[in-house]
Design a protein around this ligand. Structure first.
Ligand code: PXP
Length: 260
């Protein structure tokens, strides 16, 4: 049996977090997206939050023009966000729950409690030609509740791996089994299966081995690792700039050169 390759969508939110910490124009998530795609990412994910704490509306617009693979926009199913998405038309929108005070997305959607609003939002996105995915916890009840979206309204679901990534010892195996079972259930309902949240190079193996999963969505650990892996090059670049300026000022202090 052939097993399809597992794709990686790189979430560049935290490149924008660094930029917004100083309200400057670097680092640029669009530049980061190009680096990630050149390194093999199948696409780019961003979360446009109501409070605009990292990604800005202009980033969405620029990424829409720059990303070569799939641009996946995570957002709440609010009136404001649906209107923005329908104008920007990313390839895919992943609907997520959003609480203003949360540090990061805290769990999957409770679809049953807000079904009419989510269905209406998904219908508008589909009408604009945007693929819809729903971020859900790997819980059979939550997967069953997605039935109204099967048959084309949502093309995929993203399974929340947060509980798996936080589990210790033997609990990780049972958390992983929940993800695998939910992946089977979702696939049987006709959804493409994605997964993400909290994944690192150290814990990704258990999830990457689940063959139903097509694509992983990873952000924080990748951007964190990039800071460490990239720091040596950045220090060398800075020392070079400092040295060049100091050499020039030394030469100026020494006066006009007498050698031809
Ligand atoms: N999937 C969803 C729905 C998310 O909200 C996030 C965080 O923005 C991720 C995946 C990526 O999580 P992490 O940054 O922990 O890799």
């Amino acid at each position: 049996m052939s097993v399809a390759a597992l794709l990686l969508s790189v979430n560049v939110d935290h490149v924008a977090t660094l930029r917004q910490a100083r309200h400057v124009d670097y680092p640029d998530p669009v530049e980061a997206a190009a680096v990630a795609e050149a390194a093999g990412a199948s696409g780019i994910t961003i979360h446009l939050r109501g409070d605009r704490r990292h990604i800005q509306d202009s980033d969405l617009e620029r990424l829409g023009a720059a990303v070569r693979g799939k641009l996946n926009l995570e957002m709440a199913a609010s009136e404001e966000m649906i209107a923005i998405a329908c104008r920007a038309r990313p390839h895919q929108v992943t609907l997520v729950p959003e609480r203003p005070e949360e540090l990061t997305t805290e769990g999957g959607l409770d679809v049953s409690s807000q079904l009419p609003r989510l269905l209406a939002g998904a219908e508008r996105l589909r009408a604009a030609g945007i693929e819809v995915s729903l971020f859900v916890d790997p819980d059979p009840k939550r997967i069953d509740a997605l039935a109204p979206f099967s048959g084309g309204l949502a093309s995929g679901i993203e399974l929340n791996t947060d509980a798996y990534t936080r589990a210790v010892g033997g609990f990780a195996a049972s958390r992983r089994a929940e993800v695998a079972r939910s992946a089977d259930m979702g696939a049987a309902m006709g959804f493409r299966i994605y997964a993400g949240h909290g994944l690192t190079a150290a814990n990704v193996g258990g999830i990457a081995a689940i063959r139903r999963i097509e694509e992983l969505n990873i952000g924080h650990a990748l951007i964190s690792r990039a800071v460490i892996l990239g720091l040596a090059g950045a220090v060398r670049e800075m020392l070079q700039a400092m040295g060049t300026a100091r050499d020039a000022s030394r030469a100026a202090a020494a006066g006009p050169s007498t050698t031809g």
